[in-house]
Design a protein around this ligand. Structure first.
Ligand code: BG6
Length: 497
């Protein structure tokens, strides 16, 4: 985990956001920057320069941000003066990187003009654009003479479609930027509970001795979403749940649960340990793909459209019929600590609740003297209601026969720390500005994750058949239940039901 936020005065920076008028920018980046500004964490001269094909002036862009960001309620209404000051930091330049690599190609000279004489500032190129633009953008920025020693580049996911394309992108970006200047973002790593997982494991003595296959039966990692994919089919048809969520967010969570204690809290030690976990994942290939993975696609249910009926600018294609909106996998980490402990990963769109959590299911007591006990369970809730819940057995009050009941020992972050929980992007943007890459993915991590995902992806793609349907608003297809039921286990919510 990165050190606590520095109290030193923030550096002046130019944050150049390619794709700066897009959804991510409006929903996440700009609100995060505004909050940082409000907390005094942006230097007075820091600017945000949005690049897009939009043909907007600074005033148009500020008006758009005012309407879309303030309109969406992601920034508080009670700070009109602060908001006005924030808007003045914003600039827009029209740029098209698809028109060849010449330095004068559509817009670079305007970017150069804006950045002239500011070489001493931190210069952060944030690529909130499709991965195929990463290489051309970096090359063109370099040819335009804009990459300074104080430059960094932030790459949004997805980083490629498979191992080979990820390597290609890493090579292209690596020709222009040193690895230490490249920040590959996975916003799950910026979530409060995710960082708290490291603190829970490595700043408390009581868990580590039982954090292994002797005491833990299995681990469940769920990222459930109620939203579907309206208006996103163009992206989602080519991505699917495995690329969109599992290859990055879920595998990162698995790494943090499974990693060995690092020797130091610095930029490389934690990442070194995470890579070792990814490299220890048992490959799932051939006929095992059928046994250990599940893919589903939501179908229409009362009041909810199916994936193929979601509003989109184009009708469904062959790809739309085959793409998965739900994925579940039984993974195994092949090392001494975790031998025989399944890690169940699951994510899906249009599930019944929005819930991201890690459930660590402990084994039963070796010998029970009471009837009716259930094993302990540790639930790390990432969202909503961030917190940690340890389910322990307690005696129901009353005379007569001892009756047991599982009760949670609960820590709610909102109640315990009565402060605003910053959005993951806020934390990560401040880390980029401070030059701290600890919470970002190193090249070898991303590639190790693809290496494990690739055989599953290619086997799924070779099927040529649609994924198993599940009604929108349900917890995925029946096979997801069977994946655990085969070994007498159940997903967390099934056990609570
Ligand atoms: C993104 C995916 O990376 O994460 C989206 O592309 C998904 O499809 C989102 O909805 C989920 O993030 P969060 O923070 O809402 O869990």
């Amino acid at each position: 985990m990165s050190p606590l936020p520095s109290t030193a005065a923030p550096h002046s920076a130019d944050l150049i956001v390619f794709g700066g008028t897009g959804d991510l920018s409006m929903r996440k980046l700009l609100p995060a920057l505004y909050h940082a500004d409000r907390d005094g964490r942006l230097a007075p001269e820091t600017r945000v320069i949005a690049l897009s094909r939009g043909g907007l002036t600074d005033a148009d862009f500020r008006g758009k941000v005012d309407a879309e960001v303030r309109g969406a309620g992601t920034v508080p209404a009670g700070d009109p003066e602060g908001w006005r000051r924030f808007l003045l930091r914003l600039h827009h330049v029209s740029l098209d990187v698809t028109g060849g690599d010449g330095p004068e190609a559509a817009g670079w000279s305007a970017v150069r003009e804006l950045l002239a004489g500011q070489e001493e500032r931190d210069r952060i190129f944030y690529l909130a654009s499709p991965p195929m633009t990463f290489g051309p953008f970096c090359r063109q920025a370099h040819r335009a003479g804009l990459v300074t020693p104080r430059s960094r580049v932030v790459l949004e996911k997805p980083l490629g479609r498979d191992l080979a394309s990820a390597q290609g992108i890493n090579d292209e970006v690596g020709e222009i930027f040193e690895e230490s200047q490249i920040f590959r973002i996975d916003h799950y790593l910026g979530k409060e509970t995710v960082q708290n997982l490291l603190v829970l494991r490595f700043a408390n003595a009581f868990l580590e001795p039982i954090w292994n296959s002797l005491w833990i039966d299995h681990v469940q990692i769920t990222a459930a979403e109620t939203v579907g994919t309206p208006g996103r089919r163009g992206y989602y048809d080519h991505a699917g749940a495995l690329r969109d969520m599992v290859q990055n967010h879920l595998l990162q969570l698995l790494c943090l649960v499974a990693m060995e204690p690092p020797s130091r809290n610095d930029r490389e030690s934690i990442r070194d340990e995470k890579v070792k976990v990814l490299q220890s994942l048992r490959p799932i290939t051939g006929s095992e793909v059928d046994r250990f993975t599940v893919r589903g696609q939501y179908s229409a249910a009362p009041g909810m459209p199916g994936y193929l009926d979601e509003p989109a600018s184009t009708p469904p294609t062959e790809l739309s019929h085959r793409v998965e909106t739900f994925a579940a996998i039984r993974a195994e980490v092949k090392n001494w600590r975790w031998a025989g402990v399944p890690f169940y990963l699951r994510t899906g769109k249009r599930l019944p609740s929005r819930r991201s959590e890690i459930v660590v299911q402990f084994k039963d007591v070796p010998h029970s003297i009471f009837a009716g006990g259930t094993p302990n369970r540790l639930v790390l809730r990432l969202q909503p209601s961030e917190g940690i819940h340890l389910h322990i057995m307690a005696k129901e009050p009353g005379a007569g026969e001892v009756a047991l009941r599982p009760v949670p020992l609960s820590l709610s972050f909102a109640q315990t720390f009565a402060s605003r929980v910053p959005d993951a992007y806020e934390r990560l943007l401040m880390d980029v500005m401070a030059g701290n890459p600890t919470l970002f993915m190193r090249r070898d991590e991303v590639e190790a994750a693809w290496q494990w995902i690739d055989p599953i992806l290619s086997t799924w793609e070779s099927y040529g058949t649609p994924p198993e349907p599940y009604p929108a608003g349900s917890y995925g297809p029946p096979s997801a239940h069977e994946l655990l039921a085969r070994s007498g286990r159940a997903w967390h919510e099934e056990e609570l039901a």
